[in-house]
Write a protein that binds this ligand. Structure first.
Ligand SMILES: [Mn+2]
Length: 230
């Protein structure tokens, strides 16, 4: 069994969130965490309208097939200014993560098993898109991050994100300290650009110690006794 601790933030280049074309969305759906990071082209209230249209669409749908979801979204907002988007669905019990996306949202795992996801080019709501779904399994203490191009990923050759997380890449044994919310605020503080709307989501996948796999295998009771407890 696992747990997912998450945090999210968005910040408009001008004014308040009613001017922000970025949208960070997380929803808990039973055993699944549904995650979306959206960057509508442009800024201001018109971009915000499209962002809200996207989130209203996502809100009503399940995330079991991310490619179909992106294709539906593409049709739903076709003719608007369009957006780039990344979608994830995490099975909190197993750590299995499905992801899909179109355009330049960054989806990256930090911790002991760092990984950068590759998304398809294109714009949701404009031209043609060919979303693909891929899967990866999160390990305990892995940090999943999604952020828009309003977040500066590198400062020179150094990773602004790693500096904000307080890690230099491979750091698994004790995990990276801090809550997901603290990580998000640190990223927004250190890496958000002045010149764009900015948004970021952090999901910290934690092993639930009472139900950890190895404590189960060390359980001296018989499987029958264990089952009786369920
Ligand atoms: Mn942007």
């Amino acid at each position: 069994m696992g747990k997912a601790d998450y945090g999210l933030a968005m910040r408009a280049m001008f004014g308040d969130l009613s001017q922000c074309g970025d949208y960070a969305y997380v929803r808990s759906d039973g055993a699944y965490l549904c995650v979306a990071l959206i960057d509508v082209l442009g800024h201001g209230p018109d971009a915000r309208k499209v962002a809200e249209m996207i989130v209203a669409y996502l809100e009503e749908r399940d995330f079991s097939n991310l490619a179909l979801l992106l294709e539906g979204l593409h049709r739903h907002i076709f003719g608007t200014r369009g957006a780039v988007a990344a979608l994830c669905r995490l099975d909190v019990n197993t750590g299995r993560l499905s992801y899909s996306g179109i355009g330049n949202i960054v989806v990256k795992i930090f911790g002991g098993h760092p990984l950068r996801m590759v998304l398809r080019d294109g714009v949701v709501g404009f031209g043609r898109i060919k979303p693909q779904v891929a899967h990866v399994t999160l390990h305990p203490d892995d940090i999943l991050t999604l952020f828009s191009d309003g977040i500066r990923e590198f400062a020179g050759s150094a990773s602004c994100i790693e500096r904000s997380l307080g890690t230099q890449g491979t750091q698994a044994a004790q995990g990276i300290p801090g809550t997901a919310e603290e990580m998000v605020s640190s990223i927004m503080k250190n890496c958000a650009k002045e010149s764009d709307d900015a948004s970021c989501i952090v999901v910290k996948y934690v092993q639930d110690e009472e139900n950890a796999q190895d404590s189960l295998s060390r359980d001296p009771r018989s499987p029958g006794e264990r089952a009786a407890e369920l």
